[in-house]
Ligand binder design. Structure first.
Ligand SMILES: [Zn+2]
Length: 77
């Protein structure tokens, strides 16, 4: 399984699990993806690199680094 950060045409970000990168390509090509918030079908991959077999979503700090989730951000100083 692989998770992608997706973004709809209205700017909503959400995560979706796929069996593989090819599974995403297939669903995207078939317009089988839509935003859970507004139903927008214009969905594209976000900027974040995909995580593989990550289980629960990792909390991240304001800079996007997991290392900064629990305390003051080390990256934005
Ligand atoms: Zn949306």
């Amino acid at each position: 399984m692989i998770v992608f950060n997706l973004r709809c045409g209205q700017g909503h970000s959400f995560e979706e699990w796929f069996a593989s990168s090819a599974d995403y390509d297939e669903k995207a090509a078939a317009s089988a993806l839509s935003c859970p918030e507004c139903g927008d079908g214009r969905v594209e991959k976000g900027l974040t690199a995909p995580r593989i077999n990550g289980g629960a979503a990792q909390p991240v700090g304001p800079c996007g680094q997991a290392a900064c989730a629990a305390g003051p951000c080390q990256m934005l100083d």
